[in-house]
Design a protein around this ligand. Structure first.
Ligand SMILES: [Zn+2]
Length: 390
């Protein structure tokens, strides 16, 4: 049995919202066995010197197959995409991220990579993947997605993703920022089409998420039984009520809009994308604040892979969420235990508790005192093994 004892650790309990200073964690065979106990004689001891330990971060909205370039052309070969994705996964390892939900891959490369991680052939965060996004003909993300029209074809498109091994089915309920000629506010796949795809996923125990920015499309997806709303620029109380009733999560991806507006056309981002992001930004923040106040479950995702939105930037979403009005402890929960609940792994991950996997991120200064400190990761531990050290 392998035993790892972390001493001089300030252990952040995200559930209670407390930091246990000068504590310790005993890990046996990758599982947390004791917090605050003494070191067994046969354990490997690691002195953290008073650094803060958090549960490994989750990023619930990534595109590991996409590089965060100004004006993506999506014309790379599969080999090029694969090499980029492996580079991106390394960045998650180096920033304390131990779980990634990828919501839109290319040519099922995401699925092969997930399998390699599962088989222990690749050192990377645990991955939940969605294969190709399901979108209407010419709809948002069509160039990398599976175009389909009508309920039967959407059903088939969802079945194809599940057959290929997708853990999630991603459906496009509205237009989006990065696709030319579509508007974030306009509905795309209809309620009947969304319902067909969602039903197929739920039948086999898979979950569903939707790119949804305008209200009509969001409501279509909510009525059709979606599990998470991605982006959610424009939402009202009826949306929030439906979300709470159906246990639908909100993954706002504030970073996606932030990086596009911050860098702008002068950095080479297409003008249509900058215009759409700028138009949505204030409404998005306002929706975020109202959803938070209404008690909607909010999970962290960055939409990394969109322009200037780096795969190393997971922690910056915490900063943006706090700037938009969330308390620091709730932001940390959004990036750990609430995200774990969205991903259905809250019994094994998402907090530092006895019996859970030792997936941990170590930070020089306390993220509970200032969430920006989560941007300075000095060690990542996955399944009880140090996989990154600064
Ligand atoms: Zn996305």
């Amino acid at each position: 049995m392998s035993k790892l004892y972390l001493k001089n650790a300030n252990v952040i309990d995200v559930v209670a919202g407390q930091e246990l200073k000068g504590s310790s964690i005993l890990v046996e065979d990758g599982i947390i066995r004791e917090i605050g106990g003494a070191a067994p004689a046969d354990a490997e001891v690691l002195d953290l010197g008073g650094k803060s330990v958090m549960p490994g971060l989750f990023n619930c909205h990534t595109h590991i197959c996409l590089a965060p370039v100004a004006d993506p052309k999506y014309d790379e070969t599969d080999a090029q995409v694969t090499m980029m994705a492996l580079d991106h996964l390394k960045m998650y390892n180096e920033t304390g991220v131990t779980y990634v939900r990828d919501v839109g891959g290319m040519n099922f490369i995401d699925i092969d990579i997930r399998d390699a991680v599962k088989a222990g052939k690749l050192c990377a965060p645990d991955l939940a993947v969605s294969g190709k996004c399901v979108t209407m003909t010419g709809g948002h993300g069509w160039s990398m997605g599976r175009e389909c029209d009508g309920a039967d074809e959407c059903r088939k498109a969802a079945r194809e993703q599940l057959k290929a091994g997708a853990d999630w089915v991603k459906v496009m309920a509205t237009g989006g920022v990065m696709t030319k000629g579509v508007e974030p506010g306009s509905p795309q796949l209809g309620e009947d089409e969304l319902r067909a795809a969602i039903e197929e996923a739920h039948k086999v125990g898979a979950k569903t998420c939707t790119h949804a920015q305008g209200m009509t499309g969001i409501k279509n997806a909510l009525r059709a039984g979606i599990d998470s709303i991605e982006h959610g620029f424009y939402m009202d109380d009826e949306c929030f009520d439906l979300m709470k009733k159906n246990n639908t999560f909100f993954v706002p991806t504030l970073a996606a809009v932030y990086w596009i507006v911050k860098n702008g056309t002068e950095a080479g981002i297409p003008d249509y994308a900058v215009r759409k992001a700028t138009e949505a930004m204030e409404a998005h923040k306002d929706t975020f604040q109202r959803a938070y106040k209404a008690g909607v479950k909010i999970a962290l995702g960055t939409d990394s892979g969109t322009p200037f939105n780096p795969h190393s930037g997971t922690a910056y979403e915490l900063v943006l969420m706090v700037e938009a009005g969330m308390t620091p402890v709730d932001a940390l929960r959004a990036g750990t235990i609430v995200a774990a609940e969205l991903c259905g792994v809250e019994k094994e991950m998402g907090s530092i508790e006895v019996g859970k996997k030792a997936n941990l991120a170590v930070f020089a200064k306390s993220p509970l005192e200032d969430v920006a400190n989560a941007g300075d990761c000095c060690m990542t531990i996955k399944n009880g093994k140090v996989i990154y050290q600064a």
